[in-house]
Every structure is written in structure tokens, then in C-alpha cells.
Ligand binder design. Structure first.
Ligand code: BG6
Ligand code: MG
Length: 220
């Protein structure tokens, strides 16, 4: 039986995936790499340095920067991103999420966070949702980022649950792959063609209710 939920943050709980995209778009322009929706989708869920490497590779510029220059570009992206995060309030929580978290808590489900973002604690505090996620995987302790299963496996472990007892919630294809690899049930939020690998697909966060999940699990 399902006993816990392991959540992605950016793009699931809050609209920060747009902020990450905006901040990376500025860096892509700076290094002369053209930006499109496909690149934006490919960047979702993956770590800061993996993201920079992907942008540079798209422009065949992967050998044009020293490690120090790359570190400076990644730091500049984070400065761009933090300028957006610092203006965040609980209004940036995606529709339906507050109700869903309260519903899970009322029904006694355990919850943890499996975000690749080193800014996750700051974002959660801006949203006023820190109390729901006292258990979170620290991305700095990971050997491999999404799509590797490590982060979602750890998200179950910190709840003292087996992966089979957990549902993972993601908006990124790399994240759905991580959930599936960990052996958890996956919910993909967003374009079902991008997230075709998910066990359950919802087009947006308003569909996240226990009743909707239960009916999808029965028909799966
Ligand atoms: C993920 C985002 O949650 O965190 C990615 O989807 C981001 O876009 C990654 O690159 C790392 O975030 P940060 O805040 O540590 O640079
Ligand atoms: Mg995400």
C-alpha cells in the first residue's frame, strides 16, 4: 500500500521552473547558444552544472570554457535566479498544492522532498511550506543527479519506507525517469507527451487529489 509521497519542488509545488528557464536563457544568450522550448524542457530537473553543460553542448561550445569560467557562468545564473526567488511569496505556490499537502497530512501520509536544487530550503521558506517538508534529500550529498534513481530512492529511505510504498511527483522527464528507476509509482505533471513514461499523467497541479490518484491507480 502507498504510505508516502516524494515531491519534486520546482515546477510541481511552485512556478520556479519558469524562473530557472528565464535565468538560463540569459546565460544562453550571453554565450551565443540559441534557446528553444525543447532546450528548456531538457533542462528541467537536472543539476546546475549539468544544465550549463547541456546548454554549452547544444551550441557546440563545450570545449570553449575553462572550469573556472564555467563556475562563473553557473554562479551568474544563480544570481539571476535568486533575484527572482527573492520576490517570491506564498502566491507562487501552484494551484491546488496547498490543499493537496493538507489532504495528505490529514490522511497520515509521509512526505519528503527530492529536489535537485540547492536553493530548495530558501524557496520553501519563501512559500511558507517548510513545515510540510522537514524531511528533504540534500542534493549536495548525491553521487548522481536526475535522471539517476538515487534522489528518489533516498526520498523514500528518509521516510523509512520502501520505494513500492511511495508515489513520486514530477514535472520533468528526467525526474519521472528517476522515480521509475527507484521503483516508485510516478505522477507526471504537465505535457503527457513529454512525460509519457509516467504511471499517472495530470496536465496540471489542480488534478492532484487523493481521489484522482486512487482512480488512476485502479485503472492502471
Ligand atoms: C531543479 C530544477 O529542481 O533544480 C532545475 O528543475 C535546476 O532547473 C536544478 O537546475 C538545480 O537548481 P539550483 O537551484 O541548485 O541551481
Ligand atoms: Mg521540477
Amino acid at each position: 500500500a502507498i504510505k508516502g509521497f516524494v515531491f519534486d519542488l520546482d515546477g510541481v509545488i511552485t512556478d520556479t521552473s519558469v524562473f530557472h528557464s528565464q535565468a538560463w536563457h540569459q546565460i544562453a544568450d550571453k554565450v551565443g547558444v540559441s534557446w528553444d522550448d525543447q532546450l528548456a524542457d531538457a533542462l528541467k530537473g537536472i543539476s546546475r552544472m549539468d544544465s550549463l553543460n547541456l546548454i554549452l553542448a547544444r551550441g557546440h561550445r563545450e570545449n570553449d570554457f575553462t572550469p573556472d569560467q564555467k563556475a562563473a557562468l553557473a554562479a551568474e545564473k544563480n544570481t539571476n535566479y535568486l533575484a527572482l526567488v527573492n520576490q517570491m511569496t506564498p502566491a507562487n505556490i501552484l494551484p491546488g498544492i496547498t490543499d493537496f499537502l493538507a489532504e495528505l497530512q490529514a490522511h497520515g501520509y509521509a512526505m519528503s522532498l527530492a529536489s535537485a536544487s540547492k536553493n530548495a530550503p530558501l524557496v520553501l521558506s519563501k512559500l511558507g511550506l517548510g513545515h510540510y517538508f522537514t524531511k528533504a534529500v540534500d542534493p549536495a550529498t548525491l553521487t548522481h543527479g536526475k535522471p539517476d534513481p538515487e534522489i528518489f530512492r533516498r526520498g523514500a529511505e528518509i521516510l523509512n519506507l520502501s520505494p513500492a510504498e511511495c508515489i513520486g511527483v514530477e514535472d520533468a522527464a528526467a525526474g519521472v525517469q528517476s522515480i521509475n528507476g527507484a521503483g516508485e509509482t510516478s505522477i507526471g505533471i504537465g505535457d503527457p507527451t513529454v512525460l509519457a513514461a509516467a504511471d499517472i499523467n495530470f496536465t496540471d497541479t489542480t488534478q492532484l487529489t487523493l481521489a484522482n490518484i486512487q482512480s488512476q491507480l485502479v485503472t492502471a
